[in-house]
Design a binder for this molecule. Structure first.
Ligand code: SF4
Length: 367
């Protein structure tokens, strides 16, 4: 599994909170181990767990730390690698649930992802399931995922999760190699009980460097299509690592004469203000604390630091909490609070996490 799950959570829960104090979602990369070999894998997943992976006791200690954030607690998204490869997975889920932490999971579509596995996850209190679907056919999806049969397993997991009434988020990669297939993926997903569909705009890190991102013009046109599609879709449609979609959606809603109250009730509004390191944080398989899976700036490690302290007070996170520190167009853009650009893409392109998001099509007026 490499495509990230997103904000807000699978279950659609979204309480008001100060994202400079508490993230909505914490992504825990439980292990790098994974049987797939996805072409865009952030984690550069490998067949076996890393020897420095957090031990079970260290994993439990990390979960206890999450309570430092106070109420409402962040939601925990178990990712990887493949979290189903993690030793002690169910005991760790139980620990999180006992601590009052909501849990979702993003398993890889391997032979381990059976109906029995989904039933067990449900019984242990897992609230949501994230699945990756990067093509509308076996040929297209499996060529991205690197293992034949992955498409069929994903279809089977979608059917089973729907029957079990598990909230399902589907993540779809947006890159030059997949963009023409996105409408067909949408048509396919309408056949399933999907809760949320998130279009993940490629960030070139890890194995993602072998795929090509869209140009800003192509991205803008796709965002217009996403907005139109979101109005007729039977599920929420969102983007990941393309926060400038919020600008597109807000402009379209305002042009349609929607009031502020009406806009606040839309699915698009729920993501406003959340970005890498602000509303989300990431803990790696070795305990490194980063703003996001695609923004590998290490601000601390759960083996020696408290996650809440790092999130609230480290220089890295404090800068990401503050749009006034952003540079280039994102620094003087009127949308910088609700959007702020993809910090991960800025970092990937320039080495500066506060630089402008080079993917954005918009030219704000300098003040
Ligand atoms: S310039 Fe930056 S803040 Fe403004 S819409 Fe584009 S990505 Fe968002």
């Amino acid at each position: 599994m490499s495509t990230p799950t997103v904000h807000p959570t699978h279950s659609g829960r979204h309480e008001a909170r100060d994202y400079a104090q508490t993230p909505l979602n914490i992504y825990w990369e439980m292990t790098q181990a994974c049987a797939l070999a996805c072409r865009h894998c952030r984690a550069e997943a490998v067949p076996c767990a890393h020897p420095q992976e957090l031990t079970f006791a260290e994993g439990v200690a990390f979960l206890r730390q999450v309570n430092d954030f106070g109420s409402p607690l962040p939601h925990l998204i178990l990712t990887g690698g493949d979290p189903l490869e993690r030793q002690g997975l169910f005991e760790l889920i139980d620990q999180a649930r006992e601590l009052g932490i909501g849990v979702s999971i993003t398993p890889a579509a391997t032979p381990k992802l059976t109906r029995e596995m989904l039933v067990r996850l449900r019984e242990h209190g897992v609230e949501g399931l994230g699945l990756s679907l990067d093509g509308s056919t076996a040929e297209r999806h499996d060529s991205i995922r690197g293992v034949p049969g992955t498409f069929e397993r994903t279809m089977q997991a979608l059917r089973c999760a729907g029957e079990l009434e598990m909230p399902i988020q589907v993540n779809t990669l947006v890159a030059a190699e997949t963009a023409d297939d996105i409408p067909a993926v949408f048509d396919l997903l309408k056949e399933f009980a999907v809760t949320r569909w998130s279009l993940f705009f490629l960030i070139s890190v890890g194995r993602g460097k072998v795929l090509q991102p869209l140009t800003p013009d192509q991205g803008e046109k796709l965002m217009e299509w996403i907005y139109e599609t979101s109005r007729i879709a039977p599920f929420t449609v969102a983007t990941t690592e393309a926060p400038s979609y919020r600008r597109v959606a807000l402009d379209r809603m305002r042009a349609a004469g929607m009031t502020s109250d009406q806009i606040k009730r839309t699915g698009a509004y729920r993501g406003f203000g959340i970005r890498d390191g602000h509303g989300i944080m990431f803990v790696s398989h070795t305990g490194d604390i980063c703003p996001a899976g695609f923004l590998p700036l290490v601000a601390g490690n759960v083996r020696r630091d408290r996650v809440a302290d790092v999130y609230r007070t480290s220089l890295v996170f404090q800068a990401l909490h503050d749009p006034a520190q952003f540079r280039g167009r994102c620094g003087y853009c009127e949308y910088k609070v609700l959007c702020g650009g993809s910090r991960a893409r800025a970092y990937s392109a320039t080495g500066d996490p506060l630089a402008e998001d080079p993917f954005c099509h918009y030219e704000p007026h300098p003040r």
